[in-house]
Every structure is written in C-alpha cells, then in structure tokens.
Design a protein around this ligand. Structure first.
Ligand SMILES: Cc1ncc(COP(=O)(O)O)c(C=O)c1O
Length: 435
C-alpha cells in the first residue's frame, strides 16, 4: 500500500500538533506505522490522501451509524448552514432534536445538549454531586468516560482502590474522590458502599463497556447496581456515549430495561457533528442552571447545524426494523469469520453487541473485566491490522477498541471484508507464531 502522501502529511502534522494528532489513538502508536490521512468518505468506504480505498469499520469511533456522507444528514446540514451556523440563542433545531429524543426514549424527561461526550460525562458527574451533596464517585476499571479529571482514573490492585489518575495533570485530591472497582464484581461494590456510605454521589458505568475491549456485563450485575443505588441514595449514571442510539434507540437502558438516574450521550446523537448531551428526570434536571444551582453552559451548546444533523440521523434510526437489520448483518459477517477461524483452530473470537464488535485473540466465551484481557494478545492485532489495511479494510488502530457496522455496509461489502479477514487471520497466526 502506498503511503507517500500520508507520510508527508504526518511529518508536517508533527510540527503542528503534539504527537502529530489532535486525539491520541489516531497516532497509530499501538499498531505502529503512519496514520492514514483520510480525505473522503462515502457510504461505508473511505479514501486516504494516496487514493487507497478502505471499507471502514471505525466509523469515526461510532457516530456514523448511517455511514459516511449520508444524504439526509448532508441535506439537513446544508439547509441549516444556509441560515447561519451559530447564534448563541435558542433555536428551533434544538427543540426538534430534543423533542425527537424525549418522545422516543422512555427513560428520560429532560435533556441538556453540550458539545462532546466528555462534556456530557463531566456535567452529569457535577449534577450527581449537586443533587446528592456528596463528593465521591464509583467507576469501573475498563470504562472510559472521556478525559474528565475525576474519571480519568484506573484501578490499582485490590478491590476498592481510591484512584490514582492515569494522566499527568490530575491532582491526587481529585483522583481520590474516585473509587475504581473491577467490573462484574458485586462484593467490591458492596464493600465500597459500606466503606464510604454517605459520600457516594453516583456509580458511573458504561452499561456496555466498549472502550477496553467489549466487556459485556450480565443483566444481573446491572440490575444489582440499580438496586444498590436505590437503597443507598446513590445515582446510577449510565454513560451511553457509545451505546446510546446504537443498541436500539433507547440504548442500553432500553436493551436491559433498567432505569438509570442519569444518562450521558454523544457520538450518534450529533449525526457526525460535535455534540453530547446529558439527560434525566425532570426533577433531577431541574437542578441544572438556570432552573437550579448546578452551573453548566456552552457557547456552541445546541448548535443548530449539529442539532439538524443529529435529528436527521435519529429520524433514520427510528424507521421500522432499523436496528434488527443492522444486528442481523453484523451477526452474519461475524459468523462467517468465526466459522473460518474455528475450522483453523485459531485462538480467536469476535464479541458482539448489536452492531458493535470486538476482536479478541482468546477463545474465552465471555470477557467481563479488563484484567481478563491478555496484553500479549495485542501482538496478533498489530499484524492483523496491517494485513487488513493491505486488503482495503480499515479498523481503529488499537486492539482494545471496538469496531462498528453502519447501515451503509452492504452485504457485498461485508462479504468482501469477511474474505479479507480470513486471509489476514491466516497470515497473522503464521507470523505471530514464527516470531
Ligand atoms: C463511553 C464514552 N464516554 C465518553 C466519551 C468521550 O466522548 P468524546 O470523545 O466525544 O469527548 C467516549 C469517547 O469515546 C466514550 O466512549
């Protein structure tokens, strides 16, 4: 694959941005080589600055559930832009998107739009603290909630670990307000709640953890969190930045039929434009400024162009059978690759939730905690990623990241991609064994 132009652009980018990128995972650090500069996307395909074509399974890390350059979204954006891009006043587009969401989502009554998933999680956290008057938050090892200071914390060893941040620049005193627990471990949750009984504002979880592999939790664990939160006056905060509008219109809350107290959204909600949102009951959201004392604001919040894009995307998602069709074609694609890899006895599995998938170089049927992922297995992903790129398949450049299938992936594209996966798997297992 020719990468001359991407290489030149990356050299230039190094003189402009830290590490040459504006978001770290884009730098290809974990797979090696040069990131591709993408110049165009259409349907499920993207093209780089050297003219290479790829079937895209990154889909901008999740927002593009309808694929690239989707016609209804494009039309909505153009129509909005024709009237200006931002006013700093209320707009009709905010009402349209807010109404569309609230009238089709049983678990929320009021919503506040912000500009990113990070902002949504950060604001939800502040709201939880404002409502409860408590400081501490429980999060789970392996769940990502954006680069919010208090949530950029991983577990150390032991059960209830007071967090130390995974980033420089986060004061220890902030991180210490965060209790990090292993996923799928009820005893750890019980112990943390008994240790910090009246000081836990919320339990934050990606109900479908999709940022450190795909660590699918049992319904029972999530139900348990609901119950223990209710018993202890703790708010249950579902970060649905990935799962929202992906696992069905009502996201993981709808899929598991669990009523969280707070939900954060991002990605799909903006139809490919920068948007996030947090939502809850009328009672809880009435604590947010100017209705209540929890301050949160934004110059570009509820931006009309982004709102129009989001509404156009969500209208498509509401069409009959949208999600069942997406899931069926994802399953068919995965089944074809898995039956091949089983016939070859490869230690390989693909975990799936709806149209989200994750490649695991392990034959464990369920992986529910980040500690169950063998970091050594990532050497397989590095080779697979390179071999797939050489065959016109684009995956996000990290073996800990999930892939996404969009409405725009046709059966023909998926058949072609599955064949490329099979060839790339053969090479991967030969190469890594030899090393
Ligand atoms: C679950 C979850 N929460 C929050 C975020 C942060 O969103 P953003 O990157 O839009 O700030 C992400 C981003 O991937 C995410 O996956």
């Amino acid at each position: 694959m020719i990468k001359v132009n991407s290489e030149k652009l990356f050299q230039k980018a190094h003189k402009l941005f830290p590490g040459g990128v504006n978001s770290p995972v884009r730098a290809f650090k974990s797979v090696g080589g040069t990131p591709l500069f993408i110049t165009k996307g259409d349907g499920c395909k993207i093209w780089d600055a050297d003219g290479n074509e790829f079937i895209d399974f990154c889909c901008s890390w999740g927002p593009l559930i309808l694929g690239h350059n989707n016609q209804p979204i494009r039309n909505a954006i153009v129509e909005a832009v024709d009237n200006g891009t931002t006013f700093g006043t209320p707009t009709v587009q905010e009402n349209t998107l807010g109404d569309l969401i609230l009238s089709n989502h049983r678990f929320i009554e009021r919503i506040r739009f912000v500009s990113s998933g990070t902002e949504a999680a950060m604001s939800a956290l502040r709201l939880a603290r404002g409502v409860t008057g408590r400081n501490k938050v429980i999060k789970f090892d392996g769940c990502y909630h954006g680069h919010v200071d208090a949530l950029l914390v991983k577990a150390g060893s032991g059960l209830a670990t007071l967090g130390t941040s995974t980033s420089a620049g986060v004061p220890a005193s902030f991180a210490q307000e965060t209790i990090v627990l292993p996923l799928n471990n009820k005893d750890a949750v019980r112990k943390a709640i008994s240790d910090y009984k009246n000081d836990i504002a919320c339990i934050a979880i990606e109900p479908i953890p999709a940022n450190n592999g795909l660590l699918i939790q049992g319904n029972e664990f999530l139900q348990f969190l609901r119950e223990i939160c209710t018993e202890n006056g703790i708010l249950l905060f579902f970060d649905e930045v990935i799962s929202g509008f992906r696992m069905g219109f009502e996201g993981a809350a709808g899929y598991y039929n669990i009523q969280p107290d707070l939900i954060a959204f991002g990605k799909i909600i903006g139809g490919g434009m920068p948007v996030g949102a947090y939502a809850s009951s009328e009672k809880v959201m009435n604590h947010v400024s100017p209705a209540g004392p929890v301050y949160q604001a934004g110059t570009l919040s509820g931006n009309p162009v982004a709102m129009a894009a989001g509404a156009a995307a969500l209208k498509e998602c509401l069409k009959p059978n949208f999600y069942s069709k997406l899931e069926a074609k994802t399953s068919q694609f995965i089944d074809s690759i898995l039956s091949f890899s089983k016939s070859k006895n490869y230690q390989f599995n693909i975990h799936q939730m709806g149209s989200i998938f994750w490649l695991a170089f392990s034959d464990k049927i369920a992986i529910r905690k980040s500690s169950e992922i063998d970091p050594e297995s990532m050497s397989y992903f590095t080779v697979l990623h390179r071999e797939l790129l050489n065959r016109g398949i684009y995956l996000g450049p990290s073996g800990f990241e999930v892939g996404f299938i969009s409405e725009a992936h046709t059966e023909k594209d998926l058949l072609k991609a599955a064949e490329a996966f099979k060839e790339a798997l053969d090479i991967t297992f030969k190469t890594v064994k030899k090393d």
